[in-house]
Design a protein around this ligand. Sequence first.
Ligand code: IPM
Ligand code: MG
Length: 359
Amino acid sequence: MSHKILLLAGDGIGPEIVGAATGVLDALRTRFGLDAEVENALMGGCAVDATGDPLPEATLALARASDAILLGAVGGPKWDAIERDRRPERGLLRLRSGLDLFCNLRPAMLYPALAAASTLRPEVVEGLDLMIIRELTGDIYFGKPRGIETNAQGERFGYNTMIYTEREIRRIAHSAFRAALLRGRKVCSVDKANVLEATEFWREIVTDVAREYPDVTLTHMYVDNAAMQLVRAPKQFDVMVTGNIFGDILSDLASMLTGSIGMLPSASLNADNKGMFEPIHGSAPDIAGRDVANPLATILSLAMMLRYSLGEAAQAERVEQAVSRVLADGYRTADIHAPGTQLVGTREMGSKVVAALGG
Ligand code: IPM
Ligand code: MG
């Protein structure tokens, strides 16, 4: 059966990096028999400009009808000042929640060829292979009530609600333990149970789910300590599972352990493994349109799509190996460029990966 893939290029460098990934996808179809139909739609600032809505109905309908979505990046200064509900980020959040993409996988692994790109000493990060599993459709991101209001004394205030239901915690905990079984069999659950009831409850439920996974070792860590440990000794971690807001912050931190945020893919899955795949970096408006952005995180997101949503593990492997080969051959975009390596642009990096696929 043919896979239905939806491309949402988005804003800033989005069209360039998704363009490079599309080249890889086309090569898989023509050279390696991948059976896929591809459609494009508008999301983010480009959708605001065209329709007034960052997530137009037509895009949401196409997203629901597809097996998997590849997203470039959304947002930029052009849309920062418009009202909150029409900001590009809102489109992304509505898509995550509309498709119930609660399970966000954010791997942080270090390519041997890039060990020197990290700001940490090579011995601290060499061999790093960490998976952050971030709950993506709950927490203070979506909790109600929320708002900016004025109290009886005439003083303005802003507020949000951190809330997790048992069902939400159970399902993400299961995702984490199942992922750990395929890796190093360790889960570290991150919370702030010493202060916040919502995460005290989180700890209780994760501990309960752990009973079903006797082969996995569960530990707990407060989020402040986790931030410190990630920089001090990141290799102690295998799978980290945490809520939406802590996961947002810790995954940015973890991405920098590897030296380039331009290298890291992510997957956001629902209960049926349907998913949206996107690089974890943003739309980088400052370098948009200049053919300098690193397309590898998007190409690796395509690989995650093949593996997690489309059941095409062999094709995924092919893409990942091509990326490793290109790095080993010394090709680098500006963000990971170092003396002795060869500087290439977005398009050329894409073609190098296509060439390295073989066939
Ligand atoms: C991310 C981003 C988003 C988030 C923004 C763009 C809404 O930072 O995917 O990590 O906070 O989830
Ligand atoms: Mg973030």
